[in-house]
Write a protein that binds this ligand. Structure first.
Ligand code: HEM
Length: 137
């Protein structure tokens, strides 16, 4: 048995992905690095032209915390509400996903947690991408 599984007595609960990567400080570091990468990407930066990046980072920290099994304090908009008006094509979704996975890889996140994040990226794609032209293009 690994130290991440629940013990047979049930006395030691399994650590969440959130706890295993180092909790709040690690998620905050990951989100900062992630948006640095996104804003340095000329295909993606224009989406964030009118966005308050402080607030954006706060929302993403809370969302990633929840996704990784930490405390659920996310109170932002739903993924479709936030993204459908942006008309994001699959190719830009793929780039954002690659930046997220690349960031987590760079920070040394274990492979099983990376796999779980990739599964979630596949599950929520339809809530984020949409057909049609990008606003302003
Ligand atoms: C799994 C993928 C994604 C997740 C989990 C995610 C998460 C979030 C969250 C939590 C917010 C804040 C919502 C709020 O303010 O209430 C947000 C907003 C935003 N996202 Fe994403 N996002 C994803 C993919 C993308 C992609 C692919 C793009 C662009 C290519 C993008 C562009 C934006 C922009 C521009 C905003 C801010 C909209 C505004 O300023 O009103 N997101 N996203």
């Amino acid at each position: 048995m690994t130290d991440t599984e629940t013990s047979t007595t049930g006395a030691v609960p399994a650590a969440s992905h959130y706890e295993r990567i180092g909790g709040a400080a690690s998620v905050k570091a990951a989100v900062e690095l992630f948006y640095k990468r996104v804003l340095a990407d000329p295909d993606l930066a224009p989406y964030f032209g009118d966005t308050d990046m402080e607030q954006q980072r706060r929302h993403m920290v809370l969302m990633l915390t929840t996704v990784l099994g930490g405390p659920n304090n996310y109170a932002g908009r739903s993924l479709p509400e936030a993204h459908k008006p942006l008309h994001i094509p699959d190719e830009h979704y793929d780039k954002v996903g690659a930046h997220l996975v690349g960031t987590l890889t760079e920070l040394g996140v274990p492979a099983d947690i990376l796999g779980a994040v990739q599964d979630i990226l596949a599950q929520v794609r339809d809530q984020v991408v949409s057909d049609g032209n990008r606003v302003g293009v």
